[in-house]
Design a protein around this ligand. Structure first.
Ligand SMILES: Nc1ncnc2c1ncn2[C@@H]1O[C@H](COP(=O)(O)OP(=O)(O)OP(=O)(O)O)[C@@H](O)[C@H]1O
Length: 258
């Protein structure tokens, strides 16, 4: 593995009497790696993501980005969280545009082109002038996806971002996200409950146990599937094998749930 980019050093998390991550979580994520967190519902995946994003702090241990402990949210980490949504006083298009405010490398014209490209990709182009409180929750989630992709932060934290999308759009966004990550050298941490999505997108899948979360498996997907993910790959025997291996691990992880 290349030099650690994002590092978890003895991270635990406790809310009052509730241990969410009890066994110190230790792992490193390389620059330009796509890591997917899979695990039973309520095991602590969102909590880990919030801590990477600086929305919450570990009870013990440290999360480091390029060697420095992460502080509050900043523009290097783009987030698509259920709880981290759009600005109600800006239109859908303005929300996406606002995500690019730190991109000094882009001209205004390039920003507008990116804004429209990502609005089209998530199927919200016709809703450009609507205000977020006038569109559905699922659409607001898509605003957050478009904003994060347009912003193009170095690290993207995505907590079940495609959950509310129809199958076709979900597939299109999966292909696009994987190609953005490869082309623009992004580091992505992604949570999903969908094993097929996890295997298709990830370089590595980390399977967590039920709460308190501990690592049950850390699976090298790129070692078996390679880095390129054309849609046809989903029909390959290796993809099926990998999907069924991961599914088995996930069942074992959830199996001893009360
Ligand atoms: N701020 C908080 N205060 C108290 N308990 C919390 C807080 N945030 C999360 N929890 C609890 O921590 C546990 C882990 O929650 P978390 O949302 O991280 O799980 P998850 O793996 O993301 O679940 P899901 O897959 O269902 O989204 C849950 O039992 C949740 O109720």
């Amino acid at each position: 593995m290349t030099q650690p980019y994002l590092a978890f050093d003895g991270v635990t998390k406790r809310f009052g009497d509730l241990d969410v991550v009890a066994q110190p979580f230790e792992t490193t994520i390389a620059r330009n790696e796509f890591v997917v967190f899979l695990g039973p519902s309520g095991c602590g995946k969102t909590t880990l993501m919030r801590m990477i994003g600086g929305l919450d702090t570990p009870s013990t241990g440290t999360i480091r980005l390029e060697g420095a402990p992460v502080g509050g949210p900043d523009h290097r980490r783009g987030m698509v969280f259920q709880s981290y949504s759009s600005f109600p006083w800006l239109t859908v298009a303005e929300n996406v545009h606002f995500g690019m405010r730190y991109r000094r490398d882009l001209t205004e014209r390039q920003k507008l082109a990116r804004r429209d490209h990502y609005l089209e990709l998530v199927g919200l182009y016709e809703f450009s002038d609507a205000y977020p409180n006038k569109v559905s929750g699922g659409m607001r989630q898509r605003v957050a996806i478009a904003r994060t992709l347009a912003a193009g932060s170095d690290v993207m934290l995505m907590d079940e971002p495609f959950g509310a999308l129809d199958a076709q759009r979900r597939e299109r966004l999966q292909v696009e996200l994987r190609s953005i990550q490869r082309r623009d050298a992004k580091t992505i941490v992604f949570v999903t409950h969908d094993v097929e999505e996890a295997v298709f997108l990830a370089d590595r899948v980390i399977v967590f146990s039920k709460r308190p979360a501990r690592v049950m498996a850390d699976i090298d997907i790129t070692g078996r599937l390679g880095p390129d993910r054309p849609l046809e790959l989903r029909d390959s025997p290796e993809f099926f094998r990998l999907r069924s291996d991961v599914l088995k691990l996930l069942r074992e992880a959830a199996g001893d749930e009360e």
